[in-house]
Design a protein around this ligand. Structure first.
Ligand SMILES: NC(=O)c1ccc[n+]([C@@H]2O[C@H](COP(=O)([O-])OP(=O)(O)OC[C@H]3O[C@@H](n4cnc5c(N)ncnc54)[C@H](OP(=O)(O)O)[C@@H]3O)[C@@H](O)[C@H]2O)c1
Length: 329
């Protein structure tokens, strides 16, 4: 294929416009591996890229899509040959480099992971950056000592991509989950995927001035930041940990050292973007074996390229539920 379809964002005098255009393989950036993209996914960051957030994408016209799974067309790397199924998430894909909302991408070989045999290309995108990030949060919490006996695990932004995969994974690993969600109409969904208790966001905004809150949780996966993050930290049981990966509420929070010096708690940072390839491969392999989620498809919402623009508005409004998977074939 020398010509292909792509969802393209352009910067005009009146702001950013989105359309589906025909592109040519020779217009793609240089790189060792050319890939026919079969699936991509929708992440919060894709919506930031598509609306010109300078912290994500600075050069336009641009094709967003931080995730892609597909088949190698050609490779200058010994690690991959024509026809190999592969997955690319993070690094600069869909940020400064044309991303997965195009039917082809060309990327450096050290961004590319071999798709584990037990995962289909579509399932790898139901997971995508959100799923790998959820798994990284759980992996880091367990490395810090969290077990199902530590106490219930709090998950914020529960109906979102990272939140919903985190709930499903924690449930599969035997944890009891308390979900924090702003969507009362999605309680049945949250219960079905594994939450035992559901709190409105306001519950974690009360008691903001108190130095500590009741020792309740054995771990926290926080995708929202802001006051919710710090109130969740104040609600951890002695010696337990919070994994912070997101900022949909706010990148800032007011904090004191008290939970750290009185409750011995840990604030753990999680980044899936620049995570070294070997670590990414380890997490993918885990998600394809001991952490495989047989009911993953229940999180999937199928999208075509023509649906992406509306879905971007939805995720920016905090209305997305589960994982949007974009088919490019
Ligand atoms: N560190 C990393 O490597 C990494 C990787 C992936 C994602 N992230 C970050 O993680 C966050 C979640 O990403 P995502 O793709 O899962 O996004 P998403 O699908 O939009 O999920 C975010 C969820 O947060 C909740 N929410 C929205 N606005 C909120 C607000 N103002 N206050 C509190 N909760 C709010 C909503 O769930 P409810 O309605 O159920 O509350 C929403 O569905 C983003 O900030 C993203 O940039 C970071």
């Amino acid at each position: 294929m020398s010509q292909f379809q792509a969802f393209r964002v352009e910067k005009g005098e009146d702001g950013f416009t989105r359309s589906i255009v025909t592109r040519d393989t020779q217009d793609l950036p240089p790189g060792e591996v050319l890939i026919d993209v079969h699936y991509s996914s929708l992440n919060y960051k894709d919506a930031l890229s598509a609306t010109g957030n300078p912290g994500v994408s600075r050069n336009f016209p641009h094709t967003p899509g931080i995730d892609a799974s597909g088949v190698v067309v050609s490779s200058d790397s010994d690690r991959f040959g024509t026809g190999d199924p592969v997955v690319v998430i993070g690094f600069d894909l869909g940020m400064g480099t044309d991303g997965g909302y195009g039917q082809q991408i060309r990327v450096p070989a050290d961004w590319v992971v071999a798709l584990p045999e037990a995962l289909s290309m579509e399932d790898s995108m139901v997971l995508g950056t959100a799923g790998v990030t959820a798994a990284l949060c759980v992996d880091k919490l367990e490395s810090a000592g969290m077990t199902p006996q530590s106490g219930p695990v709090l998950v914020t932004g529960a109906t979102g991509g990272v939140g919903s995969v985190a709930i499903m994974l924690l449930k599969a690993l035997g944890y009891t989950i308390t979900a924090v969600s702003g969507k009362p109409e999605q309680h049945e969904f949250l219960t079905r995927i594994g939450a035992s208790e559901i709190l409105p966001r306001e519950a974690l905004q009360e008691g903001g001035k108190k130095p500590l809150l009741a020792e309740t949780y054995g771990g926290v996966v926080d995708t929202v930041g802001g006051d919710l993050l710090f109130n969740a930290l104040k609600s951890l049981r002695y010696g337990c940990s919070l994994a912070a990966c997101g900022l949909v509420a706010s990148p800032q929070f007011d904090a004191t050292v008290l939970p750290f010096i009185l409750r011995h708690v840990n604030l753990l940072g999680v980044d899936s973007v620049q995570l070294p390839l070997a670590e990414k491969q380890r997490i993918w392999d885990k998600l394809a074996s001991s952490w495989q989620l047989p009911r993953l498809h229940e999180l999937k919402r199928s999208l075509e390229l023509t649906d992406v623009s509306a879905a971007i508005d939805e995720i920016l409004a905090g209305k997305m539920v589960g994982r949007g998977v974009v088919s490019l074939r």
